[in-house]
Design a protein. Structure first.
Length: 296
């Protein structure tokens, strides 16, 4: 061997024989990135010798499954694999099992790493990144009802948000906000901006209280809205429906309108009597018509 050749050769000793492999990439996993669907059941990893092995030698190489966001037992099989390479067997493949479920999940990944048995360290350029894309049915999150009714003197309205269909395997962050209609934010109801609601396999519903202001003003029935939105762009396999709910607030304030005073005395030659009618208690935020008549 020349000096340049000698620097690029790795020598393994097996059964008292030397195995000559040309550089660290002489046995390498063929693909460094693989994308599979969760329902594919497994992913195949292939590795090949690009150098040379003497015909009387066998090389043992281990392949370790390294969990990432994809977890052992729950998402993937994490058992390790050992392959034998020889002069007549220079390409080998093996499979890693992927476990399917019915829960919506964001993409997950794991790594398969080729390991030098002699030293137990990873060989350069000898790993594959496996990305698992979820392909389960749509998950739907939304208000349980598109409309709610509440009396003003109850002090609050409660809206319910649930996973209405499908299942979640990963956290999904939904934001809830309130918006004014005839009822005005901060004056008639509690202003809520981007309240975080985190849904997952364990948390599938929220009952959200919204404070209602009792203002002692006689009003018509008013309404406002609660709205849902994603905190970020999520795959199309999850949707919000219904994403808006109307809350109707019925006024319970009482107003008394009457004569003040309720008895009058006048002289006949005065020619008239002046009666005063006014709001005796409570207040009005809109016109109220009162009919007046006389009787004997």
């Amino acid at each position: 061997l020349s000096s340049d050749e000698a620097e690029s050769v790795i020598v393994y000793t097996y059964s008292s024989q030397n195995i000559y492999i040309w550089n660290n990439d002489a046995i390498a996993i063929e693909e460094t990135y693989v994308e599979v669907s969760e329902s594919d059941a497994s992913v195949e990893v292939c590795t090949a010798v690009t150098g040379s092995i003497q015909d009387y030698c066998v090389l043992h190489v281990d392949y370790n499954v390294i969990p990432g966001s994809a977890k052992c037992i729950d998402d993937i099989q994490c058992s390790n694999t050992s392959l034998e390479f020889s002069h007549s067997s220079t390409r080998q493949c093996f499979s890693v099992d992927i476990y399917d479920d019915s829960a919506f999940e964001v993409d997950k990944y794991f790594i398969v790493r080729q390991v030098d048995v002699r030293s137990g360290t990873a060989l350069a350029g000898s790993s594959v990144y496996v990305n698992i894309t979820g392909d389960d049915d749509n998950a739907v999150i939304g208000f349980v009802s598109g409309s709610y009714s509440v009396m003003e003197d109850s002090g609050q309205a409660t809206v319910s948000v649930q996973v209405l269909s499908g299942a979640l395997g990963s956290d999904v962050l939904i934001l809830l906000s309130t918006e004014g209609g005839e009822a005005k934010s901060s004056l008639d109801f509690e202003e809520i901006s981007y309240m975080p609601l985190v849904f997952n396999s364990s948390v599938t519903s929220y009952d959200v209280p919204i404070a209602i202001t009792q203002d002692n003003i006689r009003e018509e029935t008013e309404h406002f809205f609660a709205r849902l939105q994603f905190s970020q762009n999520l795959p199309q396999r999850i949707s919000l429906a219904p994403d808006i709910a109307m809350i109707e607030v019925t006024d319970t304030d009482s107003v008394v309108i009457g004569f003040d005073p309720d008895e009058y005395s006048v002289m006949e030659d005065s020619g008239q009597v002046l009666l005063t009618v006014k709001v005796l208690s409570g207040s009005l935020d809109s016109d109220e018509t009162v009919l007046f008549s006389t009787q004997h």
